[in-house]
Design a binder for this molecule. Structure first.
Ligand code: GLC
Length: 546
């Protein structure tokens, strides 16, 4: 008899992402903190999520909001203490919620002890923890650029050397070729595992095996060797969820990252579907309409290629992306409908869904009047760079309104009280003024809210195995308005059908699903063969017994 293999727990889990600076302030200093998160655990339990990924809270000078770590084994006082962190892990556990730490292993802060030592001399034991090249001032080893603007090399006159940084100058890249670096990292991971964390999200993990002389950053030749070693030495000793962030992933290497044998991570977090609404070969700021058919084909490709051979993360929002309801929905005329539609399309797929704070409320992008209100290093650098290149201020602000990471970083909208209930002080970044209409308090009362829809979706995933197991088939592939697909498992068959536009759309296949059970629907009344603006539903039928 064929034995049923037990699925790992994270396959039917839903993960919630917290950006701690903007989630809930408990101390009145305008910055979110760990006690604030603890005070909102009941809210998260009510939403039905299983794990919380929290963006970095380690000690950090905050050049890149915590993605520049100066001590991996302590909490930044801005967020609380190590004791608060232990309390959070314990309180979350009481509610069956696991805490996922964000591990930034490609680089540290330039204020990390290792880097301070490394700068002292070429023979310092920590020197080789980073990536250095000899040279002369003003002549960079090569023309590589940093993601946040400017060259990827920074001159250190005392050493007559450049160090390599893929992100800001305050984020020097670690040298993974050095086995001592790897050992330090593994010991640190084991230390956190010992504290009871439920998993890790691995920041830009496809960039660790760099070879700058060959201009290789992503997918370096030794990448999977390093990942397999790390997994063996750490993750495989526990029952964790591990998520590799990989901007440069394709479906082939994703099968390595997320091989069901557990040799690397549980799943990959890739962005192919998230970089389509920009001009080909250009930057994300060079806006272009979403090529809808291509986007569907891309998502379908990931669904079919990874079925049975890997595992994907399902997301449309995170702390690096604009708000999806403003990006692919309509945040003016159909905010609720389009937010729900996007959720249904995503949560019906195979993979582990991620809800980014405020997405479950249909929170929108923000338009601050001018650049002085923005905080993100990437946005601020872009603004300067483009003005210098001759772009008009209006053009640059248009790009920022559409794509700035700060769109996702405005404070969580809890209530219609001052500062959206986020803080009693002055928030570190301004609150989106629409909190008066869009807030958690209001939505939790309203059975028809975006929040209620997300709660239903998280529960459906637990109730119907087809969400986890079913094979994916894209329907109406060339249709310019409809996103439709089926999921098929041994006993169940499910149709997800959505109108991605603000105009009515014909969808004949609804007629062939007449007797099926409606699991979720974002409009009142029956669904017909003409879908209303942004109408979406998920329908289920059980297969006939043989
Ligand atoms: C990842 C993070 C992003 C950060 C970058 C550098 O992409 O998600 O916020 O700026 O890595 O660590």
């Amino acid at each position: 008899m064929k034995e049923m293999k037990k699925q790992p727990w994270w396959k039917n889990a839903v993960v919630y992402q917290i950006y701690p600076k903007s989630f809930q302030d408990s101390g009145g200093d305008g910055i979110g903190d760990i006690q604030g998160i603890i005070s909102r655990l009941d809210y998260l339990a009510d939403l039905g999520i299983d794990a919380v990924w929290i963006s970095p809270m380690y000690c950090s000078p905050q050049d890149d909001n915590g993605y520049d770590i100066s001590d991996y084994q302590d909490i930044d006082p801005m967020f609380g203490t190590l004791a608060d962190m232990e309390e959070l892990i314990a309180e979350a556990k009481k509610r069956n919620i696991r805490i996922i730490m964000d591990l930034v292993l490609n680089h540290t802060s330039d204020e990390h002890r290792w880097f301070l030592e490394a700068k002292k001399g070429k023979d310092n034991p920590y020197h080789d923890y980073y990536v250095w090249r000899d040279g002369v001032a003003g002549e960079f080893p090569n023309d590589m650029k940093a993601t946040f603007g400017g060259p990827a090399w920074e001159w250190v006159p005392e050493l007559k050397q450049y160090y390599f940084h893929q992100f800001s100058v305050k984020q020097p890249d670690l040298n993974w070729e050095n086995p001592r670096v790897r050992r330090e990292i593994y010991d640190m991971i084991l230390w956190w595992m010992d504290k009871g964390v439920g998993g890790f999200r691995l920041d830009v993990i496809d960039q660790i095996a760099k070879e700058p002389d060959k201009k290789i950053t992503n997918n370096g030749p030794r990448l999977h060797e390093f990942l397999q070693e790390m997994s063996r030495e750490t993750f495989q000793k526990g029952d964790l969820i591990t998520v590799g962030e990989a901007w440069g992933a394709n479906t082939e290497n994703a099968k390595l990252y997320s091989d069901p044998d557990g040799s690397e991570f549980s799943m990959v977090f890739q962005f192919e579907h998230m970089v389509m609404d920009q001009q080909p070969g250009k930057e994300k700021w060079d806006l272009a309409p979403l090529p809808f058919v291509k986007m569907k084909q891309c998502m379908a490709k990931w669904q079919t290629e990874l079925h049975g051979t890997g595992w994907n993360s399902l997301f449309l929002d995170n702390h690096d992306l604009p708000r999806i309801v403003s990006r692919w929905g309509d945040d003016k005329n159909y905010r609720k409908e389009s937010a729900k539609m996007l959720a249904a399309v995503l949560h019906g797929m195979q993979g582990t869904p991620y809800i980014y704070q405020g997405e479950e409320l249909g929170m929108t992008n923000v338009k601050f009047a001018d650049i002085t209100h923005y905080k993100d290093i990437e946005t601020l650098n872009l603004y300067q760079e483009r003005l210098e290149k001759g772009y008009s201020r209006e053009e640059v602000m248009e790009s920022i309104y559409a794509k700035s990471r700060d769109n996702a970083r405005t404070p969580m909208q809890w209530s219609k009280e001052a500062n959206a209930g986020f803080t009693t002080g002055k928030p570190w970044i301004e609150v989106n003024p629409n909190y008066v209409e869009i807030n958690a308090e209001e939505e939790r009362r309203d059975p028809d809210s975006v929040f209620a829809f997300y709660r239903r979706l998280t529960h459906l995933r637990k109730e119907y195995p087809v969400f986890v197991e079913g094979r994916f088939d894209l329907l109406m592939e060339e249709d310019e308005q409809i996103f439709a697909y089926t999921r098929t498992s041994e006993n169940e068959e499910m149709l997800v059908c959505a109108n991605f536009t603000g105009e009515p759309a014909e969808c004949g296949l609804i007629g062939t699903w007449k007797d099926a059970q409606m699991l979720i629907h974002n409009y009142d009344g029956d669904v017909s063969e003409t879908l209303r603006p942004y109408e979406a539903c998920i329908i289920l039928r059980r297969k006939k017994e043989n």
